[in-house]
Design a binder for this molecule. Structure first.
Ligand SMILES: Nc1nc2c(ncn2[C@@H]2O[C@H](COP(=O)(O)OP(=O)(O)OP(=O)(O)O)[C@@H](O)[C@H]2O)c(=O)[nH]1
Ligand SMILES: [Zn+2]
Length: 211
């Protein structure tokens, strides 16, 4: 591993610290962006744009750093045997991702539940798994399914539920230009699929307010 390849500097649990960048990739991407600025009719040599190709390259590397993460390892790093068999819900998890069609952001919230089957997982690991899949080029449907499958296959709970509500900038700042539309996707396994009451309880809990 090269010293420059800091993005791939993994710790034991599959995390990657994005405090430095893969300089070779930054340089390659920045070169293309300098050309793109010219193609767009801009002058890449003017003062305000001089560092823009490098900034964009760094931003893109950050926005796609999920490719360097191992979501299953993140979960495995904090699984604990526990005799708790009721639903665990983590709701209102902020999500920022990029649509693979236009490379524009989509963002919103994820609500996730699982029913333990002998093991619980450290709560923070659930948003970490969301980020590991969200920080890639995505469609909301696949993102929803990937989160579900990762939790199901790693933790082996009685069931997993994922609901995502997102706004897509490709639908608001361009294209069809619908400013207020929100897309909801869902994915379930196990008890959430087979038991209507369990699914209804999850849906009630994610719409309930703390106040
Ligand atoms: N299903 C799904 N579609 C998405 C997502 N993000 C963006 N899209 C859609 O991807 C589609 C791409 O359609 P195209 O017709 O190839 O692209 P386009 O000409 O830019 O389409 P418009 O956005 O309608 O202008 C659009 O309908 C987008 O709304 C997503 O997460 N899931
Ligand atoms: Zn899009």
């Amino acid at each position: 591993m090269s010293n420059k390849d800091v993005l791939k500097g993994e710790s034991r649990d599959g995390y990657v610290k994005i405090d430095r960048y893969n300089e070779d990739k930054i340089e390659a991407v920045a070169t293309h962006y300098k050309d793109i600025l010219g193609q767009l009719g801009e002058n890449p040599e003017r003062e305000g744009l001089l560092k823009t190709p490098e900034r964009v390259a760094k931003a893109l590397q950050y926005l796609t750093h999920g490719y360097d993460l191992k979501p299953d390892e993140i979960l495995k790093g904090a699984m604990f045997e526990e005799d708790y068999s009721q639903m665990v819900v983590v709701k209102d998890i902020e999500v920022y991702s990029m649509c693979e069609h236009h490379m524009l952001p989509f963002f919103g919230k994820a609500h996730i539940a699982y029913i333990p089957n002998g093991h619980i997982v450290g709560l923070s690991k659930i948003p970490r798994v969301v980020d590991a899949f969200a920080r890639r080029l995505q469609v909301q449907e696949r993102l929803t399914n990937e989160i579900r499958d990762c939790i199901q296959n790693t933790l082996n709970p009685m069931g997993v539920a994922v609901v995502m509500e997102c706004r897509h900038l490709c639908m608001s700042m361009r294209g069809v230009q619908k400013q207020n539309s929100v897309t909801t996707t869902s994915a379930f396994t196990g008890t959430f699929l087979s038991n209507d009451k369990t699914r209804a309880e999850f849906l009630r809990l994610i719409t309930a307010s703390l106040d």
